[in-house]
Ligand binder design. Structure first.
Ligand SMILES: Cc1cc2nc3c(=O)[nH]c(=O)nc-3n(C[C@H](O)[C@H](O)[C@H](O)COP(=O)(O)OP(=O)(O)OC[C@H]3O[C@@H](n4cnc5c(N)ncnc54)[C@H](O)[C@@H]3O)c2cc1C
Length: 507
């Protein structure tokens, strides 16, 4: 499916070096390798981090998993998420984040629960079967020297204590909250002013406790805000807010934990897998690219987990960046295209963090009087919460109507999903009368789908479009209301991708 890249002459040993191989690094590596790039990843640790952090994944991320061919296998081990309720200290409903049980417009359920180490292992296993990828575990990157046409990546083999280097055309820091790459980029974090300390307690049930329920519950109790999350299998999680003066080390001791959990479970019900504490930060990096260095995932942004969106945002980064990096590395686009990674993704992730902070203000209210006022407001009419669906910031889309928003994924007449027909390419979805013209105008790498009937045609009807142009990351680049606009739609899009041949006056 993927043609070998026509590499531009460059002094690099690899196209892309990934610093950090957590879930975002593993996702990005899969996407890049799928497009024929030579990729190396450096990871300080020997193995996948054993304990789960992320627990919920949304439908968009399942589509990204689908694009590398692992979604069906993963879904078998996942649990369909059934929504979240926010209740006050008396257990009365304040906010309902209902998740409809069926398959949604993305071709997947709106939300899934999973075990993060298993998901990471699956991403690694899939990569191990691909050509063009190598992984160096127990290797730490400690310096990045920028050159005109490559970056010299300097790293230590932690097992042997030896120092080495290699040349990469591009470096992406998927190296988490304390990112080394971000520091080498010389960029700082915009602080969205929320840094709350919480205990995160994972337990494994010893006996069935169906009464705990499948829905997540935010206990908006000013005496101790708390969260309950059902994990896969026997896994259950409680998150408890630490109060001022409480010592995190002391509070993670079992003799302190069990009394805090006693209204839900006792040691007869479960074993503690991991009691730990986190400070939930809310930050966004000021720059996501500097020349040949880029950052993704927690290196670029961090959010409290109330909406389960931290890793989801990192997977969106990978999906947005992969096709652009491939186009640039293969000489099909100007490096200027990579600036649209930040301009599109940064406002998008901020919208999610701000929505999370809104929810956080409801959950984390510890002033009893303010909590009573909050309750009086919501108990009258509990709020029906909906996750934001922001448009990407300015970049490779028209910026009007539905362009810049996530496309739908209809099922085809033969029962397959649209993305499976397209592959990881851009696509033009057109009325049958336009199919011939579309095939003549579109570049060979673009998939043309003629939508005569069924769900695809209904989608065009709803969008009021004769043609919809989809990017490889499944966002809508633009639409043509009439066939006469098809040529200009394509011209605008290809112009944005190819961009100026020269960046900053030189190659
Ligand atoms: C309690 C909690 C609950 C959460 N719940 C959810 C949820 O439900 N849904 C969701 O989407 N997100 C959730 N998140 C967020 C999610 O876990 C993170 O966003 C995600 O794990 C970040 O992935 P990453 O790959 O960017 O970074 P990390 O997982 O931090 O990986 C970075 C990797 O880089 C390596 N590294 C760092 N520096 C170097 C170096 N110099 N050289 C080599 N290797 C290096 C590290 O060893 C590490 O393996 C939650 C987080 C927490 C704490």
């Amino acid at each position: 499916m993927h043609r070998p890249p026509p590499h531009t002459p460059c002094a690099a040993d690899v196209d892309v070096a990934l610093v950090g191989f957590g879930p975002v690094g593993a996702m990005l590596a899969n996407l890049l390798v799928q497009q024929g790039l030579r990729v190396i990843a450096f990871e300080r640790e020997a193995e996948v981090y054993r304990l789960p952090r992320a627990i919920a994944l949304d439908a968009e991320c399942m589509r990204v998993m689908q694009s590398i061919g692992v979604a069906d296998a993963l879904a078998e081990e996942m649990l369909v998420g059934s929504g979240m309720r926010f209740v006050n200290a008396e257990g009365r409903l304040l906010i309902d984040w209902n998740r409809p049980p069926g398959i949604g417009a993305q071709g997947w359920h709106p939300s899934y629960r999973y075990h993060q180490p298993s998901l990471e292992a699956a991403l690694r296993a899939h990569l191990a079967r691909q050509a063009g990828f190598s992984l160096r575990t127990r290797h730490e990157v400690f310096a990045l020297d920028a050159q005109a046409d490559h970056v010299r990546v300097r790293f230590e083999d932690l097992n042997a204590g030896r120092l080495h280097d290699l040349r990469a055309a591009w470096v992406v820091g998927c190296d988490g909250a304390r990112s080394t790459v971000r520091r080498f980029m010389g960029t700082e974090l915009d602080d969205l002013q929320s840094h709350e300390r919480w205990l995160v307690i994972d337990v494994i049930l010893k006996r069935d406790r169906p009464d705990l329920g499948d829905q997540s519950i935010q206990f908006c109790d000013p005496a101790r805000p708390a969260t309950y999350v059902r994990g896969v299998g026997a896994r259950r999680r409680w998150e408890l807010m630490l109060l001022p003066g409480e010592d995190a080390g002391d509070m993670t001791q079992p003799e302190r934990i069990w009394p805090l959990l006693s209204k839900w479970i006792t040691p007869d019900d479960a074993v503690l897998e991991r009691p730990t504490s986190y400070t939930f930060h809310s930050v966004v990096a000021q720059r996501w690219r500097r020349d040949r260095l880029l950052i993704a995932g927690d290196a670029a942004h961090q959010t409290p987990p109330f909406m389960g969106q931290g890793l989801c945002a990192g997977i969106r980064d990978a999906s947005n960046l992969a096709w652009k990096l491939a186009a640039v590395a293969q000489g099909e686009a100007s490096p200027v295209l990579l600036d649209t990674y930040e301009s599109e993704r940064s406002p998008h992730v901020r919208a999610f963090i701000e929505a999370t902070l809104e929810l956080g203000r409801v959950i984390q209210e510890t002033n009893p009087q303010a909590a009573r006022e909050r309750d009086a407001r919501w108990l009258q009419q509990p709020m029906a919460f909906r996750a934001p669906q922001p448009r990407l910031g300015p970049g490779v889309h028209d910026g009007t109507g539905r362009s810049g928003t996530l496309s739908e994924q209809p099922f085809m007449d033969d029962g397959t999903r649209l993305d499976d027909q397209i592959g990881h390419r851009s696509a033009l979805l057109v009325r049958p009368a336009l199919a011939q013209q579309a095939r003549a105008l579109a570049p060979a790498s673009m998939c043309v789908v003629s939508a005569g009937s069924g769900a695809c045609a209904q989608w065009l009807d709803r969008a009021g479009a004769a043609a919809l142009l989809l990017r490889p990351d499944r966002y809508i680049a633009g639409l043509a209301e009439h066939g006469t606009e098809l040529a200009s739609l394509l011209e605008r899009h290809l112009g944005r991708i190819r961009g100026p041949l020269i960046e900053g006056g030189h190659h």
